[in-house]
Design a protein. Structure first.
Length: 466
């Protein structure tokens, strides 16, 4: 989880949001003309005037479910990690998965050797479950100073000793207590938070591997999950726990190289993960993730990890300093859709009530960046997006050289819709292919109207439907 501004990533994101601003009030419109010959094959959004640059589709064409949507909410209850800040109300939209990174950590749960304080985690889980949360992801990080092998290390502004390898006996004891206490409730364990950053991990790959190994064994051990002869309580069934690989902060080439080296340290096949975790920061233009996810998949394939689900366990547009909520809403909508099309199975937004990063609720920390009170516009867009994607199959996204993106959504009963937006800061006048029989227009606020005679598409996604 983020603790302070990452200057390089933030600068890139702010530049992208400035470019987005150019797309909202702008000048020249490009015009494209449709063709009904479907010359691109399949059910592509076929038109002439700009050539089809590419198409991206999920590995499996599945009907979307709420499982894709996750959220980090720091303060569902009073949280000592944010002293003096009141709790946030539960979001007015469904949350399937709650990320616990930034809510609690090892340091807060075991402040002294053998002295545990589960109050915040117990209360957070209880409130979340009352509001329909199904899954929880616990992220290992932030070694308590008493358990650190280098307790005086400043850890680049994190707490002293928090980024260094822990005493493994202390780690094993904590992990065992954690898994036993939350068996059947917390079913997902992320091996380490942003292990490529020195503020969170300053050890070697060879020192991180025992953490991954022990966590995997502890989380999977039937004895730690109330299991007898393959039946577990309180969740029932076989051991329900899954382990996520260590997350990385960004899918840049140097970070992918780091990840490749880490997996290689385990041998020809990495055996300590059921799911691959990453953090999707650093995209000034949200569509950029469709280029880097395949690069991640290449790394995974070389270590026997093909076929594992990809989870983005933390990401957002960056800081909310630009005070343009429509820019943020545009980024949020586009990133969710293209990331799903790229094959990411689950995405945990960071964070609903963060003071600065990805803020969706407007009185986080007593005051939002733009003094907004209540659900901010990108939070409203998030709620509408859930309705667009849930129950629909996102079959693929076409993208064209002029910047138009067209993502197909289909539902049972013959429904077909296309999400359209312009990604290059130029408004596009789009004549819809008549063969698609698209009659209805839905904007990002979910207002519905007949398709206008001239449909002008900018950087805020809309849906046209049959």
């Amino acid at each position: 989880m983020l603790q302070g501004l990452r200057h390089g990533v933030a600068t890139a994101i702010q530049l992208g949001l400035m470019l987005l601003a150019a797309g909202f009030g702008i000048v020249g419109c490009g015009t494209v003309t449709p063709t009904d010959d479907n010359s691109y094959g399949g059910s592509h959004f076929a038109y002439t005037g700009s050539s089809l640059e590419g198409s991206v589709a999920p590995a499996k064409d599945e009907t979307g479910s709420g499982a894709y949507f996750g959220m980090t909410i720091h303060r569902l209850v009073y949280n000592p990690l944010s002293p003096g800040v009141p709790p946030a109300p539960f979001p007015p939209f469904a949350v399937h998965t709650l990320g616990l990174g930034g809510v609690v950590n090892w340091m807060s749960l075991e402040p002294a050797n053998g002295q545990y304080d589960w109050t915040t985690l117990d209360s957070t889980i209880a409130v979340a479950q009352q509001n329909g949360v199904s899954d929880f992801v616990f992220t290992l990080s932030d070694v308590p100073q008493w358990a650190s092998t280098n307790p005086s290390d400043p850890c680049d502004g994190n707490f002293p000793g928090a980024c260094d390898p822990p005493d493994m006996h202390a780690f094993d004891e904590f992990a065992t207590r954690l898994v036993q206490r939350y068996c059947g409730t917390v079913r997902y364990y992320e091996t380490w938070n942003e292990a490529n950053l020195a503020s969170y991990w300053r050890g070697t790959n060879e020192q991180l591997l025992p953490i991954a190994r022990d966590l995997y064994q502890i989380a999977k051990d039937p004895a730690n999950c109330g299991c007898n002869n393959g039946v577990c309580s309180p969740g029932g069934g076989t051991n329900p726990n899954s382990v996520l690989s260590p997350s990385v902060s960004i899918l840049s080439q140097p970070v992918l190289t780091w990840l490749d080296n880490y997996f290689a340290a385990a041998g020809s096949t990495y055996p300590y993960a059921d799911i691959v975790a990453f953090h999707g920061y650093g995209y000034a233009q949200p569509e950029g993730i469709v280029e880097t996810v395949p690069q991640l998949e290449e790394v995974l394939a070389s270590h026997g990890m093909s076929g594992l689900q990809l989870w983005d366990t933390e990401a957002d547009w960056g800081t909310s300093d630009n005070d343009d909520q429509q820019q943020e809403a545009s980024w949020l909508l586009r990133f969710h859709v293209v990331q799903s099309a790229a094959g990411v199975s689950r995405f945990i937004w960071y964070a609903y009530d963060n003071c600065k990063w990805g803020t969706l609720w407007g009185s986080a920390c007593g005051n939002s960046p733009d003094s907004w009170q209540g659900l901010r516009l990108p939070g409203q867009a998030y709620a509408n997006l859930e309705g667009w994607l849930n129950g629909a199959a996102l079959t693929h996204c076409d993208y064209f050289k002029d910047g138009l993106w067209a993502c197909e959504l289909v539902r049972s009963g013959g429904y077909e819709g296309w999400m359209l937006w312009s990604s290059k800061g130029v408004n596009l006048s789009v004549a819809l292919p008549s063969a698609l029989n698209l009659r209805q227009y839905r904007d990002w606020r979910n207002d519905v109207a007949p398709v206008p005679a001239e449909l002008v598409v900018d950087q805020m996604p809309v849906i046209v439907e049959n």
